[in-house]
Design a protein around this ligand. Structure first.
Ligand SMILES: [Ca+2]
Ligand SMILES: [Ca+2]
Length: 221
């Protein structure tokens, strides 16, 4: 008797969950244009500013809370390391595709050209669905040991609706995969691995305040 009432309760809970999920999935997917803007320059960051400075092509993903391509305190993935040490999208693109396969990411977001001028920006567009309501996006700060310009976990679905526009600063991060502390230092692989952290080296901090290296803006189309 106990078992059968429990199974009825379970069945009812499952039905309720399906109803809740059905109601929550009501918002159709949205399309956004993303503008990834570089402000990191000789003028804004004069300390040891390197020759041939650029941002790599941009890579990112839409995702849920289970998969965060860039998270403060996380262990770096091979994709984090190669992107932020060499500016290459492989293998973080494969990591994102694997997350898409598991249902935790929605789409891969990429641009193909580096940002060599300042100011300059990369743009592309992507579709986003309610199951993957946040976006993380990054580019290598180059040359550098393992530093990236990152905007992580930007939520575009708020209070039951897609936001019309959202703009956030790009901060310099350190991937914890190279221990060098200057732009043009020789490779110094970090073993054991550190974790992803905001970059607190003097290049990116002025009067105790962290200076953004750019800005990313999402505009709903
Ligand atoms: Ca480092
Ligand atoms: Ca390394």
């Amino acid at each position: 008797m106990q078992r059968s009432s429990r199974s009825i309760v379970t069945t009812l809970s499952a039905a309720a969950l399906v109803l809740v999920a059905g109601a929550a999935a009501a918002a159709p997917p949205a399309r956004y244009e993303v503008r990834f803007e570089r402000t990191w320059s000789q003028e804004t960051f004069p300390k040891d500013f390197p020759l041939l400075a650029h941002f790599s092509p941009v890579v990112g993903a839409t995702h849920d809370a289970q998969y965060e391509p860039f998270r403060i305190g996380a262990m770096p993935t091979p994709g984090n390391e190669v992107l932020c040490e060499e500016g290459k999208h492989e293998p973080i693109d494969s990591e994102i595709r694997a997350a898409i396969g598991k249902g935790s990411a929605g789409v891969l977001i990429e641009t193909s050209e580096p940002l060599r001028a300042v100011p300059s920006h990369a743009t592309t567009s992507f579709e986003i669905d309610e199951q993957h309501p946040m976006v993380s996006i990054a580019a290598m700060i180059a040359p550098s040991p393992d530093w990236c310009a990152v905007a992580a976990d930007v939520v575009l679905f708020e209070n039951g609706a897609w936001v019309a526009e959202k703009s956030v600063d790009l901060q310099a991060w350190d991937m914890g995969t190279d221990s060098a502390r200057s732009y043009r230092a020789l490779d110094d692989d970090t073993q054991p691995r550190g974790t992803l952290q905001l970059n607190d080296l003097p290049f990116f901090v002025k009067d105790g305040a962290r200076m953004p290296v750019g800005r990313v803006t999402f505009v709903r189309k």
